[in-house]
Design a protein around this ligand. Structure first.
Ligand code: ATP
Ligand code: MG
Length: 332
């Protein structure tokens, strides 16, 4: 099967203005050479700390930020660097759902107008057909179709996110990129929205990119998980393999911080602390970008950047594998 997207050496840099009179303009490497594939109907979880480049990566795929490298769509077209006119076709195939449900909905438009908008942009359909499709979609995402003339502020956060999901799905995209779709919602509502997305993904055969801070959020919805750090892929594997046998020390540290729902196990668990601060993406460490915080770093890690290797469990580390007890003792 041909992947829906094949990303190769995808990079995004931002030019920042000089701060002081005598300083040069600086470059910030938000995404520093990312490779991945996404199969049709697959859910890829993307996880990493704030500033690791998750949103920028997503925005690069739909042409919202200038990027270099390749993101080849299944028809062979490289989406990177497409003109806005040629991108339009793919903008209906790739839809986004954003983090802040209310802020991403226009307060002056009714729910019906909001959900219909992508349909009107990308397709010419008679009014009554648009109305029927909007109502069907509202029903599909768990909204009451008779609320079609209400305004976003009349809905709860979880319902607003359902509106955002309906708007994304109305044009029958092949890929929906969800950028922290539940981070702004109450914990009790988060699972409902995640389950809705999982159901829709299965029923409609969609591919999903599901971005989150936290490995626990993407665990049950993802087929594969990609762990990012400072704009680079640290580890990419099948979800079961990644959670059962994380190979990168960064993934191990992230996983060790996820609470275990069994008190006895929770008390026994060792949290692997990350040393120091997140380095600035303006001045990333040489070699492996994670080395300044890694309990396992050696000279080689400063000298040489580890390639992402292994198949199907990919890891970018010179010394991958489970942390040994003495390393754990050192860490914590
Ligand atoms: N338009 C921009 N101009 C300059 N720098 C930017 C811009 N957008 C993002 N950045 C920088 O790029 C880096 C990656 O940001 P990005 O928003 O992609 O991270 P993220 O992983 O989505 O973080 P979060 O979890 O907080 O959403 C950060 O250092 C950020 O400050
Ligand atoms: Mg983000």
């Amino acid at each position: 099967m041909t992947p829906l997207i094949t990303a190769r050496d995808l990079r995004v840099s931002f030019d920042l203005p000089a701060q002081g009179l005598f300083q040069k303009p600086r470059q910030l490497h938000a995404v520093g050479g990312v490779d991945f594939t996404l199969m049709p109907g697959e859910t890829l979880g993307i996880v990493g700390e704030s500033g690791s480049g998750k949103s920028t990566l997503a925005r690069a795929l739909i042409g919202l930020v200038p990027a270099t490298g390749e993101a080849v769509w299944q028809d062979g077209t490289n989406l990177i660097g497409l003109s806005p006119r040629r991108m339009l076709k793919y903008r209906s195939e790739i839809q986004m759902v954003f983090q802040d449900p209310l802020a991403s909905l226009d307060p002056r438009m009714t729910v019906g107008q909001i959900i219909a908008e992508p349909l009107l942009t990308h397709h010419r359909l008679p009014r009554d057909q648009v109305r029927t499709r909007v109502k069907d979609m509202m029903d599909r995402v768990g909204l009451l179709p008779n609320q079609i003339n209400r305004y976003p502020h009349e809905f709860s956060g979880g319902q607003c996110q359902r509106i955002g999901i309906a708007r994304a799905l109305i044009v029958q995209p092949k890929l929906v990129i969800c950028d922290e779709p539940v981070s702004a919602l109450d914990v009790s509502i988060q699972a409902q929205v995640i389950n809705l997305l999982a159901d829709l993904q299965r029923d409609l055969g969609l591919a999903l990119i599901f971005i989150a801070h936290d490995l626990s959020v993407v665990k049950h919805i993802s087929h594969r998980v990609l762990v990012m750090y400072l704009g680079r892929v640290m580890e990419l594997a099948q979800a079961e393999a990644l959670y059962a046998d994380p190979r990168h020390p960064y993934t191990q540290a992230l996983l060790s911080a996820v609470p275990i729902p069994y008190p006895q196990l929770e008390r026994q668990k060792r949290i692997i602390p990350l040393r120091g601060e997140l380095p600035s993406p303006m001045n990333p460490p040489s070699g492996c970008v994670f080395r300044t915080r890694c309990p396992r770093a050696q000279d080689l890690c400063a000298a040489q950047r580890p390639a992402l290797s292994g198949q199907p469990h990919q890891v970018a580390c010179h010394f991958p594998g489970a942390l040994r007890p003495e390393e754990l003792a050192q860490a914590g």
